[in-house]
Write a protein that binds this ligand. Structure first.
Ligand code: MV4
Length: 447
């Protein structure tokens, strides 16, 4: 096993990775910007290295600085967490070229899934259901019109390098095709430096269902059930739950088996997520994420499996620690992402935390780098805590979630805890009846 792992990230996920390492007897090296000297991930790690000034491009995205830190500290492996360099194929290559183990998939799989057309073509070859659409990039307005006539309006123009909804435009009819096409291209160019786009039939009211998978890189692969991530605002997930209240046992088994078979055929290595839209009883593959995700703890809560530990074991060349038959989904789990933002305007609110009292008790987990006196820097993501609650049933989970949100004290900064209390009080949420547009309608900021 590795003696020492460098954690190329910050915040709660750096802590999460540190905890898995510590339980495995692995030393940890934190890296941090000058804005994060007092961060919890730096305090808990065995060693820390300052890698640059506050802007992420000079620190958490600074590949030479991170590799230098790994060399100085004598690390064996690097865990990228999520965001930052986690889905950067060149980083994964550089890590391996410098003699370290990248705790994640191969650079080839990262690159393949980063191109959404290649990802879809691969998914089709693996037997996954797709949204009807263009088989490759679309070069002209006329092609958009032809696809709209063929699949029915509206259609969606999407960036090949996409993610986060940028470079994505709904086209309601042929008259709107020219403008939407050039807008999508321009946005894609600005956001990703790549103006290649493709077209899909637009699904009006889907849910976002994703399947957690693990592969050993040699052809073994399993799934760990689904997460329902439909509750989002401006492409930022707000609350996730597992299992999805929208799936029946047959649908759950069908999509899980398809995802696991895909992982085996790909010889995928490590943890990954297959994203689907789900509407009228049908699944449609849209993307694969080749990283650990923010919402992984709800899968851990319902399966009892430590996903970070599995990532580290797999990176070290071990076979999967379990077979599909060992995976049993037990009870229900919900995660609330707590952001340092005004709960109604969503204006970020960094600053000093003057009081910090997280909730506790059975079935309650809080992943957070906050502590009383912590000064949150303004340079990074506003997510400051994840509250993960589980119970024997969805109803028990909801009761516990409400109680935990009421118990949570974060003083001195605005947080989205009141937004979560509002969501858990809504009848359609309690009934599990929501789609990807539900939250934006609730908070009244639908664009
Ligand atoms: C779609 C869609 C409807 N139809 N594709 C948004 C980000 C990207 N990863 C996929 N997205 C969507 N793709 C088709 N063919 C609607 C969305 C979408 C969405 C998806 C998941 C979660 C939240 C969303 C919010 C708005 C739009």
């Amino acid at each position: 096993m590795f003696d020492k792992v460098l954690i190329a990230n910050r915040g709660e996920i750096a802590l999460r990775i540190h905890r898995a390492c510590r339980e495995m007897g692995i030393q940890t090296v934190a890296v941090h910007s000058t804005a994060d000297s007092d961060a919890m991930h730096v305090r808990l790690a065995d060693e820390s290295v300052c890698i640059g000034p506050p802007p992420a491009r000079d620190s958490y995205l600074n590949i030479p600085a991170i590799l230098a830190a790994a060399t100085i500290a004598g690390a064996d492996a690097i865990h990228p967490g999520y965001g930052f360099l986690s889905e950067n194929a060149r980083f994964a290559e550089a890590v391996e070229a410098h003699g370290f183990t990248f705790i994640g998939p191969t650079p080839e799989h990262i690159r393949m899934m980063g191109d959404k057309i290649i990802a879809k073509q691969t998914a089709a070859a693996l037997g996954l259901p797709l949204v009807p659409g263009s088989p490759g990039p679309v070069e002209t307005r006329d092609e958009v019109v032809a696809l709209g006539e063929r699949f029915g309006w509206p259609v969606l123009v999407k960036a090949v390098a996409g993610g986060g909804g940028r470079g994505m435009k709904v086209v309601s009819d042929a008259a709107a095709a020219a403008e939407a096409f050039s807008l999508a291209r321009a946005e894609a160019k600005a956001a990703f430096g790549n103006d290649s786009v493709y077209v899909e039939k637009y699904l009006a009211r889907p849910r976002h269902i994703e399947i957690q998978v693990l592969g050993d890189g040699k052809g073994a692969g399993i799934h760990l059930g689904e997460r329902d991530c439909s509750l989002q605002r401006r492409h930022q997930k707000v609350l996730e739950e597992a299992p999805s209240p929208a799936l029946n046992a047959e649908q759950r088994q069908r999509i899980g088996e398809l995802a696991a078979a895909a992982v085996r055929k790909l010889k995928y290595r490590g943890a990954g997520t297959l994203e689907f839209l789900f509407q009228d009883g049908e699944f449609y593959f849209i993307e694969m994420n080749t990283r650990l995700q923010v919402e992984h703890p709800i899968t851990e809560a319902v399966t009892g499996i430590d996903l970070v530990r599995e990532q580290i074991r797999i990176a070290n060349g071990a076979p999967l620690g379990m077979t599909q038959d060992d995976i049993v989904i037990q009870g229900h789990a919900i995660e609330c992402r707590i952001n340092a933002e005004h709960p109604e305007t969503f204006v970020p609110c960094p600053g000093r935390v003057v009081d910090y009292h997280p909730p506790g008790g059975l079935g309650v987990r809080v992943d957070s780098g906050l502590y009383t006196g912590y000064v949150m820097p303004p340079y990074y993501d506003s997510m400051v805590a994840k509250l993960i609650v589980n119970g024997g049933t969805r109803n028990e989970c909801l009761m516990r979630l409400r109680r935990s949100l009421e118990e949570f004290v974060i003083g001195g900064i605005d947080t989205t805890i009141p937004l979560h209390l509002r969501i858990v009080g809504e009848q359609s949420f309690i009934d599990g009846e929501y789609d990807i547009h539900w939250l934006e309608k609730l908070v009244g900021l639908k664009r």
